[in-house]
Design a binder for this molecule. Structure first.
Ligand SMILES: [Zn+2]
Length: 130
């Protein structure tokens, strides 16, 4: 018996003892089925404000979510994208670099995009040179 079993955002698999870390951003209020990253067993689990309502109960697939990160019994990390969730992104449409914009949310012109020589008047962007 490990102390991890009594904590809430850490789900220690009762079957294979893999430690599944449930990231607080997506699991803070959660009710559903979680797939263990170690043995792929599915567990019913409920969290209210980051506190579990009871120990994991065996359930049938399909699972709702996978843990954010997992660690095996001998402390090897499991980061296989087929077994753990991708980290939550601040912007779901983030592509790896900023999205060029020329207008703000309020419709005002902003300098948020690379400029080509034909967009310039002298050294000023056309949007600002009136
Ligand atoms: Zn397991």
């Amino acid at each position: 018996m490990s102390v991890f079993r009594e904590t809430s955002l850490i789900l220690e698999c009762p079957k294979c003892e893999t430690i599944n870390y449930l990231d607080p951003f997506t699991f803070w209020n959660f009710k559903g089925k979680i797939k263990c990253a170690g043995c792929e067993a599915v567990w019913a689990y409920e969290l209210v404000n980051g506190t579990r309502t009871g120990p994991p109960a065996p359930a049938q697939g399909p699972h709702d979510k996978m843990p954010g990160y997992a660690q095996s019994k001998d402390w090897k990390s499991i980061t296989d994208p087929a077994k753990v969730n991708k980290g939550p992104q601040a912007r779901e449409d983030f592509q790896g670099k900023p999205i060029p914009i020329t207008k703000s949310k309020r419709g005002k012109p902003v300098s948020g995009a690379p400029l080509k020589p034909e967009d310039l008047v002298g050294s000023r962007p056309k949007a600002f040179a009136k």
